[in-house]
Write a protein that binds this ligand. Structure first.
Ligand SMILES: [Zn+2]
Length: 190
């Protein structure tokens, strides 16, 4: 669960790029999401660090619109250092929300907190009904939820993407294999 006060963005008009080097593109219909690969790998590293416990954090970026509709660009993420964690749940605390706001203001002043992410350390694919309930608090169609699914059998880590209060699934998901103890050794899955 993400307990923070949600920031409402006002998207600007800007024609969307076909692709952005170093970014993974998710889409569904006319909606597009560009997610920084270094951000995705940082989130995966956070999930791996959580071991068998779920981790949670915030997503930083901006939303725009063009003739096709809305699209979002995620440039960075911030892990929640003070989250309440059990094996099956994870919830941000007030201290986390203060930290997210500080990270956004201090390092990413031209961007907003645009969503949240969390992990499923037990290889559970897709949002649970609780996750969908949490996502429904992000009421704008361009706000994003990312889910890191950890498959420790194959050492494969997949980041699934959802948008808006309806948790619309965006495809394709982003996957990497972990080839060694360091996150730098992640290799993209085809
Ligand atoms: Zn979940």
């Amino acid at each position: 669960m993400f307990t923070g006060k949600l920031i409402k963005n006002e998207p600007h008009f800007r024609t969307r790029p076909d692709l952005i080097p170093k970014y993974h593109k998710y889409s569904n219909g006319t909606f597009g999401l560009f997610a920084s690969k270094s951000m995705l790998q940082k989130m995966i590293a956070h999930a791996i660090k959580g071991n068998r416990y779920e981790v949670i954090g915030s997503l930083i970026g901006r939303s725009f619109y063009d003739n096709k509709g809305h699209y979002s660009i995620l440039t960075n993420s911030a892990p929640a250092p003070f989250a309440d964690v059990t094996h099956g749940t994870v919830t941000t605390t007030f201290k986390d929300e203060q930290f997210f706001k500080w990270v956004q203001e201090a390092y990413h002043p031209t961007e907003d907190i645009l969503g949240w992410y969390h992990s499923h350390p037990m290889n559970l694919e897709g949002y649970s009904s609780i996750d969908r309930g949490n996502q429904s608090k992000w009421i704008e169609p361009y706000q994003i939820g990312l889910l890191v699914v950890c498959n420790y059998i194959q050492n494969k880590f997949t980041v699934m993407a959802y948008r808006g209060p309806e948790s619309e699934l965006l495809l394709p998901s982003y996957s990497v294999y972990k080839g060694g103890p360091e996150i730098e050794q992640l290799t993209e899955a085809a």
